[in-house]
Design a protein around this ligand. Structure first.
Ligand code: UD1
Length: 452
């Protein structure tokens, strides 16, 4: 498999000139509402292309990434209507088989439209998501799977051209073994197989809850899928799909981020709605370091941060049900203030430790060796100007700022806005002190920003 890079650094959105100022050490209390899952919403929006009727999606989070995916669907000729957390998608007419480069390059999850487009139109042209600040971004598993299903796939001038040869315009069921349980490849191939001729078996499939959510969405439209959530997914192609009204699962990464907020501020508050099983690894680690996580009902958790310092622990990121790579940065923030040494190993992506430099700016003691970070707990962090480098790194900085002495100013908010629905409002409601403001006289050299 090619080099692995962080998927959440996919997009390199335009730099945001505003900053988030956070004054640390306010205790948090009350309750927080968790939004719908970003990664489910993005995949399901791509999946809506499979349906030649109306799709009614509920619990859709308000995020820049979701808006961008909406723009991509609109550019393909799809009609969208948004009303609060409800998104109506009408993909009766798809007027375009080519996704526009300017949009795809900003949101790499948009590559997932390739499977449904190919299935609906018999042809799809999607620009390669391309490299990003931290490396190349392979889609080889998506491409090889589509080829196994009979698609002719070429990469020309930076665009993946896929078509179904012959007159049938239908892909053929196939047995596909993924070299790695890629979430995106599993989703692309599952969507493509829903309308294929015959049975498709995806082995070594990703088991993430968002894969299960997409499978449930497709099943609600009439697709025949079994085994989603295990490492073998079997899809029996059907001739067509029908309209659907579907509610997206709660965002386990947003929930995990708030659980860490409770621990790092030694606070107590509750979170809902949540599917606790989606957070098994995160909850286990929080308990291991001394935080209490109580189930207050089937979909409500209470976090009680230890009044003392939390203990150190080791973390290794893995595909689900292992510890999620999307929670690694936030846990690192927490462990900088824990008692003792922790080793964090990032095994899913090869270069996802860029938040270390910014946490160090706040006084953290972290050494990086390859894909391992050795975090030595320090007595305190102190507020500083810091730069968010990607989505979860920006969440880690917000968490560190909540626990730090004094004021932290976080730059690079375009990353945070991609994936957290109203994080400031939610934190403020819990009692945090923070505000968004225009950046004043930022010296680019301070962050080694490339002048534009
Ligand atoms: C999804 C999530 C992301 C999460 C990641 C892993 C979305 C929109 N994003 O990203 O938040 O961090 O799962 O849980 O759902 N790979 C290849 N070839 C491919 C595809 C992937 O080599 O064709 C590699 C990647 O470089 C990476 C690994 O497989 O090293 C896992 O990536 P993958 O599971 O595909 O992540 P995404 O679906 O992109």
């Amino acid at each position: 498999m090619s080099a692995r890079t962080s998927p959440e650094s996919y997009s390199q959105p335009e730099e945001d000139k505003s900053v988030l100022r956070v004054w640390g050490k306010s205790p948090l209390q009350g309750q927080v509402k968790i939004s719908g899952a970003k990664n489910s919403a993005l995949a399901i929006m791509a999946g809506a292309l499979l349906c030649p009727k109306d799709c009614h999606l509920r619990n859709v989070p308000t995020l820049v990434d979701v808006s961008r995916m909406g723009e991509i669907l609109t550019a393909l000729g799809v009609k969208l209507k948004r009303n609060n957390d409800i998104l109506e998608i009408d993909a009766r007419h798809i007027g375009q088989s080519k996704a526009p480069y300017e949009l795809v390059s900003q949101l790499r999850a948009s590559f997932f439209v390739i499977g449904p487009l190919l299935t609906r139109l018999g042809v799809a042209r999607v620009p390669m998501p391309g490299g990003c600040a931290i490396g190349a971004r392979p889609v080889d598993l998506h491409v090889r799977g589509l080829q196994a299903m009979g698609a002719d796939v070429q990469i020309e001038h930076g665009t993946v051209h896929a078509c179904i040869p012959g007159n049938s315009r239908r892909l053929k069921g196939a047995r596909i073994y993924l070299d790695y349980p890629s979430v995106g490849a599993t989703e692309t191939l599952m969507m493509a197989a829903t309308l294929a001729d015959g049975e498709t078996i995806i082995e070594n499939a990703a088991q993430e809850p968002e894969v299960v959510d997409l499978a449930n969405f497709c099943r609600a439209m009439g697709a025949r899928i079994r085994g989603a959530g295990t490492n073998t997914i079997v899809i029996s192609g059907v001739p067509s799909l029908h309209s659907v009204d579907y509610s997206i699962i709660p965002d386990r990464i947003e929930a995990g981020t708030f659980l860490v907020a409770g621990a790092i501020t030694h606070s107590e508050f509750s979170l809902a709605p949540i599917v606790p099983e989606h957070l098994t690894a995160v909850i286990a680690k929080l308990r291991a370091i001394g935080a209490q996580i109580l189930e207050e009902g089937p979909n409500r958790l209470r976090v009680i941060g230890s009044p003392e310092r939390h203990r150190a622990t080791d973390i290794e990121t893995l595909p689900y049900p292992g510890f999620p790579t999307d929670m690694q940065a936030q846990f690192m923030a927490l462990l900088t203030l824990s008692d003792g040494d922790s080793v964090i190993s990032e095994t899913v992506f090869e270069n996802r430790l860029r938040h270390v430099a910014e946490l160090s700016r706040m006084g953290a003691d972290i050494r990086v060796k390859g894909n391992h970070a050795i975090v030595r707990g320090v007595p305190m962090l102190s507020g500083a100007p810091v730069l968010a480098t990607d989505l979860r790194a920006s969440a880690a900085l917000v968490l560190a700022a909540l626990a730090a002495d004094g004021q932290t100013t976080i730059h690079g908010l375009q990353h945070l806005d991609r994936g957290y629905d109203n994080i400031e409002g939610k934190l403020r409601q819990l009692g945090a002190r923070l505000e968004r403001a225009q950046a004043e006289n930022v010296d680019p050299a301070m962050f080694q920003l490339q002048p534009k």
